[in-house]
Design a protein around this ligand. Structure first.
Ligand code: C2E
Ligand code: MG
Ligand code: MG
Length: 818
């Protein structure tokens, strides 16, 4: 129990002693601070420095002192020896023994401390270890003790010393003061404590000698001490600032290192560096991984041999440009170079900046690189898609135009280029009847046949859906181009085996030659298009060469378009009506409205001539709407049993407004929808859509009937008869005309009548001109007839007379025939 109490008391006493010592230290420090402040000396302020850094700065301050410790302590020992030798004969032997013992002990302690800390003193930068404020305090105390010991020398020995010895003491103390101040300067309080104590002791010794010279020297000493104090604190300030800067630099370097590591680890980019000879330096792990070689193996390798080891990959990379820029020491950004790594071609994007050292000498390049192969390939794909047809891989219209321009610019002088435009016949029906997969496959096969046929002698392009173009190269005469067109049509027309089925298709071609006055790509393509259009109009599987005749035809069409526009405004159109007769009882069923145009100068123009022009120029929608309105208004005044047939152009058929126009005409005229029949041709069906079928169904649902006009002349397949809601088939007059003489025509007419009957449709034979034709048709079961035999198309004003004659009119005709 008492032992515990003793220990407790001892601890308390120790703590009290420590507190007292700390208080004394604080008081001394405060005194020193006041003294220093009073002397106008500014101690470096380190209060704002955060503790971890302050600890390192303290370590730096102490390390700087320790580094000089051996020299200082050896000097101390030498000085102790000199003082002892000089003053041993004096009466101060006891003092000298005690003083020397203490000083030597202190010097040896200092040397021991230096020896222990030696490994930490190698680097004169910011130390890695920290030091506490206690270490600084200890340093100040050590300095104070050393100063105290050396102060004894002037105080004790100066007064009775010989002039020579006095001189020695003066030199010794001033030397010790200056050297000590400088050696301790990194801890300013230690330096000032040391300097002030030694200075005061020396000044005291000098002044107390009471000799004017010595007093004067004492005053000078104090003044120098003040200068020394100022220099010391200034040096300390510099030293501490340098350590703070170093700390910041280390921090920045660590941060940069961290960012770079993070960049290398997470980004797809990598860093590269070359020396002044263009050899790779500090190869990063990522770059090594990119190149598939160890970093060490890449060190000092040449830029070119690393980035482009094989000359095979030409690409479009600009390695040469990068090398030129490096030679010029110019910075560069986003330079794409073609690389071949491990036999695989790719592209790298490089940015680089020249590096110069502090003397301005070139030291190489540093930069960032990234693998842009993927984006480059994507770009190339996009460019490819923009210029080539995705299905056939042939150049598309835009690219073909470029090629044509280049050909015209390059060869026009030597061999004027020729152009063949090709359009497939009945491609729509293949697509409709066999599906789009077969259609696409067919286009690919055609593209293949075309390229195989022309080989390297021409460029083949796909201009649109079923439109192709051939641009022959080299000097060609017109006959050669014609021969090539013939060959192309023949090769396309050979049968194809697609998905186990045989498919056959034809083609028409239009040829344009530069000699026709065409010199621009647009003009040449336009001429070829016009020739193609003419070829298609004249029948399928044909070709035409653009020439004056087609040109004249085009001009004629242009004039006619202008005239048609004027005709609409000038009310030059009228309608004639041709009766449709029932073959069973010779009664009048109704009338077909037929458009008439009387040109003010050229007179009557046939619908067969102007309707195609109106369709092409887009005027047919407006003219057709006028026909529907006028015919419905006229028919509304006819006897209720008489029907009206109106022809619809393919362009009208595809017009989204058609339903509204018809409903409007019926509504305005008051004509019953049941009395209206619309005649559409097979051509209209070739480009139908769901919307057009919906329109027909809608019209049928309100009672309007639909007839398929000119059956047998178009290109529609029989499947349309199943898919479309027809009420009537009109047999084209070309078959009717020859039905009596030609068995093939008779067979077609018979088959058509039978087909209509079996599908529950009525049949009308057009162009019936003779009684024999009428008899034969009636015998075949044709339900209705129409033709000059009964009446030519008549103007509206003739119709009332027909109605008056009624049944009698056509019964008479029929009787005469019989
Ligand atoms: P289509 O619809 O087949 O009309 C019958 C054509 O045959 C009419 O010729 C008519 O005059 C003619 N025709 C009638 N009976 C006979 C005959 O016994 N012998 C001969 N040789 N011909 C006969 P048109 O009026 O010249 O009309 C020609 C074509 O123009 C029409 O053929 C039709 O496709 C088109 N068309 C006429 N009017 C219009 C119209 O208002 N709109 C549209 N879209 N086309 C019309
Ligand atoms: Mg017709
Ligand atoms: Mg017809």
């Amino acid at each position: 129990m008492s032992t515990n109490q003793d220990t407790h008391q001892a601890r308390n006493a120790g703590a009290r002693r420590q507190t007292k010592a700390r208080d004394i230290a604080h008081a001394c420090k405060a005194m020193l601070h006041s003294l220093v402040a009073a002397l106008g000396v500014h101690l470096p302020n380190t209060d704002h420095i955060p503790e971890p850094l302050a600890g390192k700065i303290r370590a730096g301050q102490i390390a700087a002192i320790l580094r000089l410790t051996p020299v200082m302590m050896i000097a101390n020992l030498l000085n102790v020896g000199t003082v002892d030798w000089l003053f041993w004969q004096s009466d101060h032997q006891v003092f000298l023994i005690a003083w020397s013992a203490l000083t030597i002990t202190l010097a040896v302690t200092g040397l021991r401390s230096w020896w222990r800390n030696r490994p930490l003193l190698q680097n004169d930068g910011l130390p890695r270890r920290s030091r506490s404020s206690k270490s600084i305090r200890r340093m100040i105390i050590n300095s104070a003790v050393l100063a105290l010991l050396w102060s004894m020398v002037p105080i004790t020995l100066f007064a009775q010393a010989e002039p020579g010895a006095r001189m020695f003491i003066a030199v010794l103390t001033s030397g010790m003061m200056s050297a000590g101040a400088l050696a301790l300067s990194t801890v300013p309080l230690a330096a000032l404590t040391y300097t002030f104590m030694l200075a005061l002791a020396s000044a005291f010794a000098l002044i107390s000698a009471a000799e004017p010279v010595l007093v004067y020297i004492g005053v000078i000493l104090l003044i120098y001490t003040w200068i020394l104090a100022k220099t010391t604190t200034w040096k300390a300030d510099m030293f501490i600032s340098r350590l703070i800067d170093q700390a910041q630099l280390v921090k920045q370097n660590e941060l940069i290192g961290l960012l770079l590591r993070d960049f290398e680890e997470s980004a797809s980019d990598w860093l590269w560096e070359i020396d002044e000879q263009g050899r790779l330096q500090h190869v990063s792990m990522r770059l090594a991984a990119m190149l598939g070689q160890p970093a060490a193996a890449l060190q000092n390798r040449r830029f070119r041999e690393v980035f482009c080891p094989h000359a095979g990959h030409a690409g479009t990379g600009n390695l040469q440009l990068v090398e030129d820029l490096i030679a010029k020491r110019a910075p560069f950004r986003d330079q794409v170079v073609a690389v071949t790594i491990g036999g695989i071609d790719g592209w790298w994007s490089l940015c680089g900046k020249p590096v110069f050292d502090e003397t301005g000498a070139y030291r190489g390049y540093r930069g960032v690189g990234s693998d842009v192969t993927q984006s480059r390939r994507a770009q190339e794909r996009i460019a490819q898609m923009a210029r080539f047809d995705g299905l056939t891989g042939l150049p598309n219209r835009a690219h073909f135009r470029e090629l044509l321009s280049a050909r015209i610019a390059g060869e026009a002088a030597t061999s004027p280029p020729a152009l063949i435009c090709i359009d497939l016949d009945q491609f729509k029906s293949v697509n409709d009847s066999m599906g789009h997969t077969v259609g696409d496959r067919l286009l690919v096969c055609i593209a293949g046949r075309l390229t195989d046929t022309v080989g390297d002698t021409a460029i083949v392009a796909r201009l649109a859906g079923d439109e192709f173009a051939v641009l022959p190269s080299g000097p060609l005469r017109e006959e050669d181009v014609v021969e090539l067109a013939r060959k192309v049509i023949a090769i396309i027309s050979l049968p194809y085996q697609l998905h186990g089925k045989q498919v056959q298709i034809g083609a028409s071609a239009g040829i344009a030659l530069t000699g026709d006055g065409a010199c621009s790509p647009e003009q040449l393509m336009n001429n070829a298009d016009l020739a193609l259009y003419t070829a298609k109009n004249e029948g399928h599987g044909q070709f035409r060469v653009f020439g004056p005749a087609i040109d004249a035809e085009v001009r004629k069409r242009r004039t006619m378009t202008e005239d048609l526009q004027a005709a609409l405004k000038a009310d030059e159109f009228s309608l004639h009506y041709q009766p449709v007769i029932s073959a069973c009882d010779n009664s009048l069923r109704g009338f077909e409205a037929l458009l008439r145009w009387t040109h003010p100068v050229k007179g009557a123009i046939s619908p067969a001539d102007f309707i195609p022009v109106a369709e092409e120029s887009g005027l047919m929608d407006e003219i057709g709407a006028w026909v529907i309105r006028t015919a419905c208004a006229e028919a509304a005044s006819w006897p209720r049993a008489v029907t009206l047939a109106v022809n619809l152009s393919p362009t009208q058929f595809h017009n989204a407004q058609l339903l509204n126009i018809i409903l409007g005409a019926l509504g305005t005229s008051g004509l019953s929808p049941r009395r209206l029949e619309l005649e559409i041709t097979e051509t209209a069906l070739l480009t139908h859509s769901t919307a057009t079928v919906n329109t027909l169904n809608h019209l049928r649902s309100i009672g309007v009937r639909i007839a398929l006009d000119d059956f047998g002349t178009g290109y529609a397949s029989l499947s349309y008869l199943r898919g479309f809601p027809f009420d009537r088939i009109k047999i084209d007059q070309s078959f009717v005309r020859d039905a009596i003489e030609r068995p093939d025509c008779a067979a077609i007419v018979k088959a058509t009548i039978g087909l209509a009957a079996s599908l529950g449709m009525a049949s009308t034979a057009e162009g019936v001109e003779t009684g024999a034709q009428f008899d034969w048709l009636r015998d075949q079961g044709c339900t209705d007839v129409q033709g000059y035999l009964f009446s030519r198309p008549r103007p509206a004003e003739d119709l009332p007379k027909m109605f008056e004659q009624g049944e009698k009119l056509f019964a008479d005709v029929a009787r005469k025939v019989a």
